[in-house]
Design a protein around this ligand. Sequence first.
Ligand code: G3P
Length: 221
Amino acid sequence: MKFFIDTANVKDIESAYKIGVLSGVTTNPSLVAKEGVKFEDRIAEILQLVPEVESVSAEVTPDAETAEEMIAQANELIKINNHDDKITIKLPMTLAGLEACRYLSRKGVKTNVTLIFTVNQALLAARAGATYVSPFLGRLDDISEDGVLLVDKIAQLFRTHGLDTQIIAASVRHPDHVTRVAMAGAHIATVPFSVIAQLAKHPLTDQGLEKFAADWQKSIK
Ligand code: G3P
């Protein structure tokens, strides 16, 4: 399973990129709004920061309701990346989003259909040609459903039917989500930097380092 970072924060993206674990970046209107910067400017900045990743997802804005409006926005976003295929157009799981997905995927543009909460939604998005689907597991857990089970079922369905759409496990809240979606067959987990940092930690690692440091003080120099 690969890691994408789920943020529009430059510092967090730099921190994850320099440790070599990053294969992509995902953003959404809420994440960009938190940054207080112009959406297109931040996407351009992110694209510069992460030259070696496979995908940077930029979502069409909530005021684009029709497929035509989404496609028009996608065309502007593609220009920011000089038509490089790293830019991935994130589309909502609506009928209009699927129509835009079909159009863009036929043009060779990468797409990420977001706000997936059922297996049927994932199947529709895959059939519309989505490069990625983003099931939101944390938000399902929030309403007492099993988000990891959804990822598991989508992975099983894609394997059974030979669908090559990749699953991005999204709305990942903690390290146990990461382990479980990896085992369930997610191709990618998109996670905030705080979760990446937690993955690297263990109290016994810290204790071990403290002991090495204390013993080193006592050693003959
Ligand atoms: O990747 C989707 C993510 O940004 C939503 O996460 O924690 O707001 O449910 P959350």
